[in-house]
Design a protein around this ligand. Structure first.
Ligand SMILES: [Zn+2]
Length: 175
């Protein structure tokens, strides 16, 4: 009896140790997690080494621009900021359906490993009126419009405050 109780306590401890470790190693979804509902590792996720939010500096630059726009009565909202790799891949998949090929899709949506959104270093803004307002003043806020075909997409300026010439589309930045 004593042995059985001890064994069950050790068993629970082992599962508790295994749970967070499996998460940290990115093993979720591989069928290695053990029991699901009510398992001891159904607590919030561990901190991730990859970005899980918009870069703080970029968020501040946008907040400054938004406040200045509001002071002039111009609507300026964030329509997309940081995206997870999964979200980004879903957008690529949708774009392939929309545009008919991977090459054409990448003119609009980069794969996760290339996307500044996944790195937390890009914002999409709206509406058109607000985006135009921001485009004219972007440098003053340390922001750059990066792609000629995406009026809504902005990234942080270089450390010296300059912007690269806008690429024709997103595929030009890396192909
Ligand atoms: Zn974008």
């Amino acid at each position: 009896m004593t042995f059985l109780v001890l064994a069950s306590v050790v068993g629970v401890g082992a599962w508790q140790a295994w749970g967070p470790a499996s998460r940290a190693l990115g093993l979720e979804g591989l069928g290695l997690e053990g029991p699901g509902a009510g398992a001891p590792w159904s607590d919030p996720p561990e901190p991730s080494p990859t970005p899980t939010a918009l870069d703080a500096g970029l968020a501040q630059r946008f907040a400054d621009a938004q406040a200045a726009a509001a002071a002039e009565g111009v609507p300026l909202t964030l329509t997309s900021g940081w995206r997870s790799a999964d979200e980004q891949q879903r957008l690529v998949d949708e774009a392939v359906v929309t545009y008919g090929s991977v090459e054409e899709a990448h003119r609009w949506v980069l794969p996760p490993e290339k996307s500044a959104h996944v790195a937390g270093l890009a914002i999409d803004v709206g509406p058109v009126e607000g985006a135009r307002w921001l485009e004219e003043r972007a440098a003053g806020f340390g922001l750059c419009r990066t792609y000629q075909n995406e009026w809504w997409h902005f990234e942080p300026a270089r450390p010296d405050g300059t912007c690269p010439e806008p690429y024709v589309d997103s595929s030009w930045g890396w192909q």
